[in-house]
Design a protein. Sequence first.
Length: 660
Amino acid sequence: PADIRACLIVVLLSILAVTTVSRSHADDADLVVCVEHSLPVAGEPCRVWLSSQDSSESLQLENMTVRFHIERSDGGQKRIDLPVNESNDKPGSRVSWTPDEPGRFRITASVQSQLASMTVSAANVWVTSRKLHFNYWQTRPAQLFVTSVMDNHETNDSAIRWKQRGAVPLGHKSGQWHWAHGYDSKEKMAKLWVNLPQQRSGIVIDEFGGGDAIDQQLGEALLLTRKQRPEMFIAPYCLSVSGPKMIHGYRHADLILVETYTADWRWDGFITGRWKTAMDAGLGKKSIAVLGLGSQWIGTERELRRVCRMIRATCPEMPGIGFFPDVPPRLMKAVDSAIEDYFLRPVVEASVHGSHSVIRNIGESSATNVEFVFLDSQGREVATRVIPRVRPWNEKKVRLPPNAVNVQVTRAPDRYTVLSYIPTVQERVPGEDEQRAALRVLEQIKTTAASDPLKRVDEMILQRTDQANEDPDQHNNVRSGTIPIDSSKGRAVVLSFDICPNRCWFYGHNSISLVGDGELTLTWARQDHDAGLEANQPRPALIFKGKDEYIVREVSGIGFRENESCHAVLAYDGRESVRALVFDRRKQLLWDSGRLPAKGGFTCRQLRFDVNPYPQSEISVDTKDSSVVIQGGGGGEDSPYWLKSTLSHLRLSYPEEQHE
């Protein structure tokens, strides 16, 4: 009865002198099921206990029976009931649970007394086959998969909540910065590091470098810290792992956070290379790559998932990933989804070795009914097979049938994730279906009424970086040119044009943008790190800056050839997404960026051209043939490092129908 239940709660809380706080997933009793580890490991004990809302300590319940109930979320295992065995001197609500297999589990608790009984809200955990780490510089409580997190709040409330979930709350401590500001001995640094904030279980050290002389001394300081605080969780950031004393110190850390902040696929080797310095030092099992999130780095769910695929395919042993700085609100669900799909769920990949195919599961759950297809040299189906079960980190070998040369796992998102990763520079050319869809877009643009975006060229404003001369017309180093256009007023808008790079060398960039409430840009440039390009071909990229200044981007795998024209389309669909397409002179699709999110919508009122400013930079319009010449680069006047392009046949339209 409700009255008895209410009395029981009041008695419970008054005995404990506990003040409860609201928790969205708790029941009327405001009691919480707590776990020792947010991701328990199969075969290893994990403590489970009952606590109040504002504490991470086990409740002491006299004259009451506490029982925990543990079952797989998929219903695949009989429920386990774990009663609390109270000791006479210290009655409590704690049990030890040793899960026997990986998977998702649900933990509930029931509390009984002579008056009434009640059920406490459930805790959901994912049991893994090995120890994984998902570390956050900072994140919000709604983030699902967190093993450790820096918590710099002034109060202890959030740190307590992380502990209840089995995540490790960490305080912030400096590394090389403090060494350079008076803490220039291992004793001083250790004294700094051992001073833990309340309710924090350890520290993040921000940061070590890449193995220089100071890092070697910081490694000794880390050893001294461990001797003084053996129970403390220590997680240092670093650029790479190098040097005997740094490595020796890192052997006594709990987690090594390797900084690998990248914006696009051209820097994938930066991620894998830095992490492999930890792997080569014998620290791979507790070292993870930390990904940069937000406008400067990974800004979209698509790019985040691509990076996760790359990491799992090239560094499958990496025991998790980290995130820096705060997770943007728009990426919170994407982070959870990527972790679940590429680490926690079954992750199946296929390969061919000699006369056999190998089906391997590198995820943390068993894959069931794995379907795969054998293909001949032309990509045609030869035979199909099904493997009933592949456990985590297990593989199955299947002999290739006659005429089969390849194997492909059939997608089954309800049962497993298929890991299929192809580096961007090796991706195939667009297929027939993609070509036809792109041509339909071109035809739709062709039949839509359009205007000349250069018609108000007399109002163009040039921006220059050199303003030494009093006469503005004599200023050098042109940076941008802006021409007013009719406002799109939030509607769909399409800009199409031809591009002909006239000179392609390093370091210059050319861009064309629609600007207003947000910026929609196609830019092309050739940089030192651009892989898979012949000579000095500039590579195009789509960039969108939203009303909130948040930037998303997609970088192509193709390059423009000198003196060869391409046709480009830059479009906003009126429904919060943008897209770029590039065709050759024969209207063959070379690149489709796909749809990037344009959160908050987009309105343009200007057409802008941008270049790298240098003494010979130029933005000029030829009104006779409605073309624009843009030139930018670097170095002095005689420097060969510049990029020059001619843009022509510019066409601006505001279609009412949305492009497919």
